[in-house]
Design a protein around this ligand. Sequence first.
Ligand code: SF4
Length: 461
Amino acid sequence: MMGPKQEAQAALFYEFSLEDHVPQDHLLRSIDRFVDLNDIRRYLAEFYSHTGRPSIDPELLIRMLLVGYCFGIRSERRLCEEVHLNLAYRWFCRLDLSDPIPNHSTFSKNRHGRFRESALLRHLFEKTVAWCIADGLVSGQRLAADASFIEADANKQNSTPKEDWDRSAIDLNDAPRAVKEYLDVLDDAAFGAASEVEPKFISHSDPASQWTAARKGPAFFSYSTNYLIDTDHSVIVDVEGTRSIRQAEVGSVRTMLDRIKEQHDIDPERLIADSAYGSGPMLGWLVNRNIKPHIPVLDKAGRTDGTWSRTDFEWDPENNQYICPEGEPLKQFRRNYSDPNRKPTGKGVAKYQALKHTCQACPSKMKCCPKAEVRKITREEHEDARQFARDIAKTKQYKTSMRLRKKVEMLFAHLKRILGLGRLRLRGPCGANDEFLLAATAQNLRKLAKIFPAPQQTRKA
Ligand code: SF4
């Protein structure tokens, strides 16, 4: 039998509890148990005036931002609408049915103002890492690092070729925030100082972003988000925003390793990364820190013409010489210098060579140096560390590490596809860093919620 037609009838009184209407297995219920914002009022106190109108509760703004980043709601205007309509979002934000939602412009003021000045977003991120450590998700032994490009909020139409770019013409009194930030980070190792090479195009709206064509496809302006993760449970232990060039990305790993040591006393046994991180100085830095580099070595010493390459020569560290396949030594110096300043320093690139008359009479010359009179070999300053990494690459653990490395890439895929961070909404290095910190916080919170879901209440009979 067909029931009566549903008519909208406004009741005079409702008995309604948000608590009863949010499902027990809702993701936000699990996340809520790991969001501890009790200290943020104290943390932000000095950034508020003691006079004037009372502000919107910063805890509410942070909870709304977390909803946005956890569920891929990228627009602040849409976030306000969603929180207005969605009961679970209201519950998470501690808003009752009749409580008003802050205006979207409030976010902009706080994100660019107090939250940034107080480094609140980093504080929140570090707290999620501390939760993960306390809950046993981070052993801190096997860490993996990688970087991913995130498109900046900048377009080619609003850019200038590098030949026409004149930094000195920027009027500081009239410049937008992102342009002032660009000038501020010119000497920063993660941005301006990472390379002297100017990108092909420079954006007017966000000049610190990097014009990059590294992906197969059209070039675009971007920043790089750099992750350092613990491979046990793919927890992000640190995150850093940089310019999208290799030097800046490699440098950020050092910054992050130093920071996690200071913040969480994490001393990893190994660092897993791809060949972009396998330069001599980086491997040397890791080995000096007693971190095993599970990283493919960047090696250009191999030969393609079938002649013997450097690996065919045996290194004799005691005598500071190479031994060629014919048993002859290749030395850096053949004299004993009385002046210590003229002795090998161990820095920079060292050159080793055999004796000319030995090579000339050698039966293997055509296999060794067919076009040269004598065989020469160069040895980089960090060759010991490079050899250490090459030896690690022959082990079973290295194969495991290369599988674990994929975990960082999966986090980047999740970041872009599920959390919708394919393009930034905030401009400038600070805007990029803020977005990366919030996204990493959201990913860690979702991880905690997945591994430790909220306990389900048993249904009453
Ligand atoms: S050519 Fe010189 S360096 Fe090469 S194998 Fe012969 S002796 Fe050794």
